[in-house]
Every structure is written in C-alpha cells, then in structure tokens.
Design a binder for this molecule. Structure first.
Ligand SMILES: [Ca+2]
Length: 452
C-alpha cells in the first residue's frame, strides 16, 4: 500500500510540475545485450586463450557475476522465462516450439514495461526466440532481423560429424563483419545510438554467435591456431550416470577425433571473438555520442554451453556448464567498478533487478524473480541461497537445485535417477555422490529444496 501511495503521489507531481518529456529524458537508457549460447569462455572469466577485449573492458567498468544461472538451458524456454520474469513451467514454455503468444495472456513482458514507461524500444537480432508469434510485438517501436549476404555464405567450411548432426559445422567466411547478421546488427545499433532521440531508449541487441553453425569472418578463425585449442580432460573411464543425464546425441561425440574437438573449439572461439568485436563497436558509439554515462548496460549469454566437458558439445543440460552463463552490469547506476560478484541469482531475477535499477514504474506483480539490485551498493551481497533449473528429456523432467556446496539433480521426480555433486571439491561434476551413504543426509536436505 505504501508503494501505491508513493507511486500515485509521484505521478501527480510529475504531471503537474514537470514537462513529461523533460522528465522522461532524465531516465537512463538501457543497452540490453543477450548473446546466443555464450558461456563463460571469455577473457574476463579467466579463459587462457579466448580474445574478448571489448567484453573484458565492459567487465572492468562494472560488475561481473560468477554465479548467474539460467532457468532452462535452451534458447526459447530461457528467453520466454527471463523476458516474462516467470519460471519456464509458470509461463508454460519448455521447448523452442511453443509460441509466446499462446501463453502470455495479459502479462507485461520486460521490454513492454519499458515501452509503457515512455521508452523508445528497439529489438535487433535474436531477443525473443523465433518468429513473430514467439515475440511480444507490441513491446517494440522497431524490430529488425538480419541474414548473411551471398558473400558471407562463402568460405572454407566443414561439418565435424560428417553430416550426422546438421548443426555441427563451421565456416571461415569470406567478406567482412557486415556480411554476417551480427555485423549488420552492430551497424544498425551504432546508427540508432548516433541518431537524435527525444525519449530514453531500451536497445535490445540479440547477437546470434557463438550459436551454431559456427560461422564468422575468416580473420577471427586465424586468431586461434588449432594446436592451442585444447579440449578438456575427461576422467579415465567416466560414463554419464544415466543415459538421460545428457541429451541423446552422445554417440556422435564418442566418435569425435582430436582434430574434430580442436576444430569445434576454434570455431566457438572465433565466433565469440567476432561477437566481441561487434560489442566493441556499440560501446564505442555510446562513448562517442556522450551517452555512455547515462546508459545502463546489461550483457549476458542466454544459458551455458558444454565444450567437451562430460564429453558433451552443446547445451540442454542442468550441470554447471549448462546452466551457468556470463553476466555483466555496467554504466549508469553501477557504482562498483571492476568488481566480481559471487552472489547466486537466476535469470528470472533479471527483470525485477533491471526494472528497479532504472526506476521503472508499474512493475507487474506476476514476477517470480527477486531483485539483486543491492549489488550496486554491496558487491558481496547474497541474493539467493540456492538456484534452480529444469530440463526436458522427452516426456521426463529433470530438476536441479544448487546451493553454495552441492548440486542435486532429480530425473522424473527421482524415480529415474538422482545425481549429487560437491561444488567445492568436484566443481567439474564427475563424481556422483547420490548413492554414497555418507551423503544421504545431504541428499535429503537438497531434496527438500528442489522446488521453491
Ligand atoms: Ca541459446
């Protein structure tokens, strides 16, 4: 009630005493960059090889989060969740086929709240997943999607599975950055930033790479000699605890040669550096236009990604590698500079956090996330004591809960298997403790936490 009264008073005040346009111009802009299938393989997350100077610079100017977790490690469900502020089961999107329009109802999405608050809203590339019926069209003043030019479709390429998996190929493309969709997105974003605007803006930039197929201009492939692209070690004799611990394409990766693995890594790294260069163009435009100081920048990957860990080369798991993603906040309102936060949060927390940081009004009450905006004043703040994610294996659901010490997984409500990993002594999660009697108490404690 207190909030309602304050909100009403403010509204009256703003209408009667301040020119609405002047008032709205004081709100910070938001640059919201979501990157498809980007894991923490970045310089600023201490990767020894990958070259990402622009993302590193962004991290140095703000807060880098080490424990950001998606709620579902697939594009559509993850975006359907964080853009509505609802868990995947609550919004009802558990695959890439369910259109948002079928389930959204009257609920206000994250970008639509900006539009309702007087922002000019722009969507470039992959923000919502998929075509128009997967989007919230009323949220945007403008929406643009992009495709490769004919030149950008040429270049040396190879499918690393001899064609068995039609997504699993790379191409060192001819042409420039702007022969690729992400280069065109960056160009449009720069033009948008340079243009005169009356309103504050919400600029959502959805970069496609490093999502497969791994296509980037050749110069980015040249950054990474194959002999320096070292695949991770697997423990001798390790097998997944259950067939459904991983998705159903593991047989293909059992045939991966050393050469295949190194090419996979090189192409993911090349795509990441290509995307990083596009981030740099946008940041430079913000700085040169004098808007950097009045823009909140949000940068993250839409979920995690395995690069050979657990002998798996993709997403769709509820392990650390599948659920943990890079997340950086910088710019307007982020007082901490070059800080790491080890506080855990879930992607459903993004909506209420950014809405609070920017000072949006009429934040809807359907949101299931918790704001972690207090990080601005206290980088050591704890947001959640545990995080949760789910994943489908056909009709079976897998659930994960993780706290500071353990990750616990249940398949089919526990009837189809359980997994328990010590996060401190076994961070790579190869030693399943679920059937170890020494951990039966831990397991029952974690079981109680699996549903919030
Ligand atoms: Ca994705």
């Amino acid at each position: 009630m207190k909030f309602l009264i304050l909100s009403t008073l403010f509204s009256v005040f703003s209408v009667s005493c301040i020119n609405p346009k002047t008032n709205s111009a004081k709100k910070p802009n938001v640059l919201f960059i979501v990157v498809d299938d980007l894991n923490t393989t970045l310089g600023c997350y201490d990767h020894p090889l990958v070259n990402t100077p622009n993302i590193d610079k962004l991290a140095e100017s703000g807060v880098k989060f080490n424990h950001a977790y998606c709620n579902y490690a697939v594009c559509g469900p993850s975006r359907g969740s964080f853009l509505t502020g609802l868990r995947p089961e609550s919004i009802g999107i558990l695959d890439n086929r369910t259109p948002l329009q079928n389930v959204l109802g009257e609920r206000v999405t994250f970008p639509y709240l900006f539009k309702q608050n007087g922002y000019y809203t722009m969507s470039l590339g992959k923000v919502f997943h998929g075509s128009n019926d997967h989007n919230d069209l009323k949220a945007w003043d403008e929406i643009y999607g992009y495709g490769s030019t004919e030149l950008g479709k040429k270049g040396e390429s190879r499918n690393m599975t001899d064609g068995v998996l039609n997504w699993c190929w790379w191409q060192a493309a001819e042409g420039s950055d702007e022969d690729q969709p992400d280069g065109q997105i960056a160009k449009k974003a720069v033009e948008f930033i340079q243009a005169e605007k009356d309103e504050p803006f919400f600029l959502a930039v959805g970069f496609h790479k490093p999502h497969d197929p791994f296509i980037a201009p050749k110069k980015y492939f040249d950054l990474y000699p194959l002999e320096e692209c070292n695949p991770p070690d697997l423990p001798e004799g390790w097998e997944p605890p259950y067939q459904h611990s991983l998705p159903n394409q593991t047989a293909v990766f059992n045939k991966f040669t050393e050469q295949d693995k190194r090419e996979f890594l090189r192409s993911y790294y090349a795509c990441t550096s290509f995307m990083d260069a596009q981030v740099g163009k946008i940041m430079e435009a913000l700085e040169e236009s004098g808007q950097l100081d009045n823009t909140l920048i949000v940068f993250f990957g839409d979920h995690g990604y395995h690069l050979g860990e657990h002998n798996w080369w993709n997403k769709v798991t509820i392990y650390e590698k599948g659920t943990n993603a890079p997340f950086i906040l910088a710019g307007k309102g982020i007082n901490a500079k070059g800080i790491e936060s080890n506080g855990m949060f879930e992607f459903i927390d993004i909506y209420p956090t950014i809405a609070e940081l920017v000072g949006l009004e009429n934040i809807p009450d359907h949101l299931e996330g918790k704001s972690f905006a207090k990080v601005v004043d206290d980088p050591n703040a704890i947001f959640r004591t545990e995080v949760r994610a789910i994943i489908n294996r056909g009709p079976m659901l897998g659930r994960m809960v993780k706290n500071e010490d353990f990750r616990y997984i249940e398949w089919g409500d526990g009837n189809q298997g359980t997994e328990l990993y010590d996060q401190n002594n076994d961070p790579t999660e190869y030693n399943n403790l679920a059937d170890n009697p020494d951990y039966s108490d831990v397991k029952s404690e974690m079981k109680k936490l699996i549903i919030e």
